[in-house]
Design a protein around this ligand. Structure first.
Ligand code: GLN
Length: 247
């Protein structure tokens, strides 16, 4: 069966290295929400040794442990920086979660003191204070654009935004970027970085559609996103709010 709707090229960065707490559910969610609306998602998986030879309309990367992040950092900065940065400069969309978010900022100082280079999409840097300092672990809720986002976080790194970065959201419950300033995540153009695992998109369908909408505005201007029956998604969202005593 062929569809005459728009085709959305999604590049999934390092699925084998960067996938914690069901982050791959973000890709499934994006694929399904597109397909249900006659948008054809073309997902390309970038493995560690690969060099990107095609542009994408959307990049997705999940979280990872320090060791896996080291490999991902090399792959990103040594083989794929030009393509990704040039696509983002052209308005491509990105969702980067936790360890992936850290690698999209300037640098990540890992728990053992080693420094991992990032792509500098976000004006931010992350420092892991080492194994003796408690990690930021638990359910997280934040305010985003007049709505709520729910998720789960587990990170040692503390991310500090520079003056060129805007936070994605503000923390209502949990830790967010650094457990100090109440900010969560970052936004730069059409790129979003966040600490929310969960996976985040299935139980935050408004965020999923925000991301798809931003991609569509570029590749198929004027294409309206049809509403979907999101009762199950919102039930999951509300259940996550109830777990932390919110509704
Ligand atoms: N290794 C990073 C940290 O501990 C990221 C962890 C993650 O992606 N959940 O901060």
């Amino acid at each position: 069966m062929t569809s005459s709707g728009p085709v959305l090229r999604i590049t999934y960065l390092y699925p084998d290295l960067m996938n914690l707490y069901a982050d791959r559910g973000n890709i499934t969610c994006l694929e399904r929400r597109c397909a249900w609306r006659g948008i054809t998602p073309l997902v390309q998986r970038l493995e560690w040794n690969d060099r990107l030879d095609e542009s994408a309309d959307m990049y997705v990367i999940g979280g990872g442990q320090d060791r896996q992040q080291q490999l991902a950092s090399q792959g990103l900065t040594m083989r794929n920086a030009d393509r990704i940065l040039s696509d983002l400069g052209d308005g491509a969309v990105m969702l980067a979660v936790c360890g992936g978010y850290q690698l999209m900022a300037h640098r990540y100082r890992a728990g053992d003191g080693s420094e991992l280079a990032g792509l500098g999409v976000f004006d931010a840097e992350t420092v892991h204070p080492g194994p003796d300092v408690p990690r930021c672990i638990g359910n997280i809720v934040c305010d985003w654009d007049g709505a709520r986002l729910v998720g789960f976080e587990n990170h040692g790194g503390r991310t500090y935004l520079g003056s060129g970065a805007s936070p994605l959201a503000s923390v209502v419950r949990g830790y967010g970027n650094n457990a100090e300033d109440g900010t969560e995540g970052a936004v730069a153009g059409n790129a979003i970085g966040t600490y929310l695992h969960g996976s985040v998109l299935p139980k935050n369908p408004h965020l999923a559609d925000h991301i798809i909408g931003a991609a569509l505005a570029r590749i198929a201007p004027g294409h309206e996103l049809e509403p979907l029956d999101d009762r199950a998604e919102w039930a999951a969202h509300r259940a996550a709010l109830r777990v932390v005593g919110l509704r």
